[in-house]
Structures are given as C-alpha cells and as structure tokens.
Write a protein that binds this ligand. Structure first.
Ligand SMILES: Cc1cc2nc3c(=O)[nH]c(=O)nc-3n(C[C@H](O)[C@H](O)[C@H](O)COP(=O)(O)O)c2cc1C
Length: 195
C-alpha cells in the first residue's frame, strides 16, 4: 500500500515565505504547489534556491482547470497545508471560489474530506512583514481581510493557525495521525489470510 503524502501550497505572499520554505525543508514526502503569484514572488525575493533545496516536486498554476488537483481524488494526500496564504486566496476560499490551483486544492481537499491547515498572512490588525531585499514593512490588514480569516475558521476539516509554531505543531499532529492510520491499515492487510 502506497503511503499518502502531504500537499503544501504556497501563494504570492512575502509574509512568512522564508519561514515556510525553511519548514518545508525539514519535511519528507511532500508535493509543493505554487500559485502563479507565488512563482513570481519566489523569484522577487530570491528564494528559488531555497525552494529547490527542499528537494520536493513542484507543481505550478498553468492549466485553467487546475489539472494536478485530480491527485486528491486519487488519494495521494493525507493533508493540505497552505502557507503562506495571501488575503486574495483567503477571500476566495472563504467564499467557496475555486478558480486557481491553490483555491482548487482547498476546495477538492474539502470535498474529499482531507484536512487542511492554513497559515493566513492577515492574523492581526498590525503586522511587520518582509519585503523583497529583506527589509521589513508595516502592514495593516483591513477589516474585510480579518473577517475572511474568521470566516475560514468556521470551515469543516480546516485549521487556521496563527504563527509558525502553530503551523509546525499542527503539521506534526497530522503526520502522527496519518502514519498511525497507514500503519493500522498495513496491519490489516498483512493479517488477511493468504488465498
Ligand atoms: C513583493 C510582493 C509581496 C507581496 N506580499 C503579500 C503578502 O504578504 N500578503 C498578501 O496577501 N499579498 C501579498 N502580495 C500580493 C499578492 O501577490 C497578490 O494579491 C496576488 O494576486 C495573490 O495571488 P494568489 O493569492 O493567487 O497567490 C505581494 C505582492 C508583491 C509584489
């Protein structure tokens, strides 16, 4: 029986992009999905080498129907992580849109009851955020941005985390659960009498 993997989607956010890539590098059995904006932002921040260093297979937003999402229906994944998640992607997900690779991944994860963990950029009314060339800028998420995050928190099978520690903890919990289920299922297969 093939072990399920973790799907990790990156959107076009500079906020906690560096930290998300660092966390990705510590994980195994991951497929990475990039929104169109994410592919651009990774170039702008000079993080292509950091993405390559993770060693994971990368899928990019190229088709209108988001062809790679069929992998959710084939049972490849135990968890979807979206980090960092832009205000744009959060807004679309909160209102049920699925017109891009990342919003489609979230929709299809929901429809196949695969749990999602989301780190939203807009966690507080005032933030410090990394801009290209490593300088920090002040960002003031609007009420609508914060409302959309709150709306997403109500979704089934969706955990919205507040910071990188919360993200790491949530991922570890999912990995423990997924491996326990896999081991349990494998045990059942081995226990079946030989025909
Ligand atoms: C340098 C740069 C940094 C950005 N950082 C953020 C960010 O931290 N948070 C955010 O919500 N949008 C950010 N954006 C804007 C998004 O990239 C833009 O809204 C894009 O349409 C998002 O598309 P996506 O949600 O499909 O990835 C940034 C844009 C640029 C050019």
């Amino acid at each position: 029986m093939q072990a399920q993997r973790l799907a990790w989607a990156i959107t076009g956010s500079g906020h906690y992009l560096r930290e998300s890539l660092a966390l990705l590098q510590t994980l195994q059995e991951v497929d990475v999905y990039l929104s169109r904006a994410a592919a651009e932002i990774i170039q702008q921040y000079g993080f292509q080498a950091a993405l390559n260093a993770t060693g994971h297979k990368v899928y990019q937003d190229k088709t209108a129907s988001s062809v790679p999402v069929e992998r959710f229906y084939e049972g490849h994944y135990h968890t979807l992580v979206i980090s960092p998640a832009t205000s744009n992607t959060i807004a679309k997900m909160a209102y049920g849109f699925s017109d891009s690779l990342v919003t489609n991944l979230f929709a299809q994860a929901g429809k196949t009851r695969v749990p999602s963990i989301v780190f939203a950029c807009d966690t507080a009314p005032e933030l410090e955020s990394e801009a290209p060339k490593s300088h920090m800028v002040k960002v003031y998420p609007r009420a609508i941005d914060l409302d959309n995050v709150a709306k997403l928190k109500q979704f089934a099978d969706t955990q919205v985390v507040e910071d990188m520690d919360g993200l790491q903890h949530a991922i570890m919990q999912r990995l423990i659960t997924a491996h326990a289920i896999h081991a349990h299922d494998g045990l059942h297969l081995e226990e079946l009498p030989a025909s």
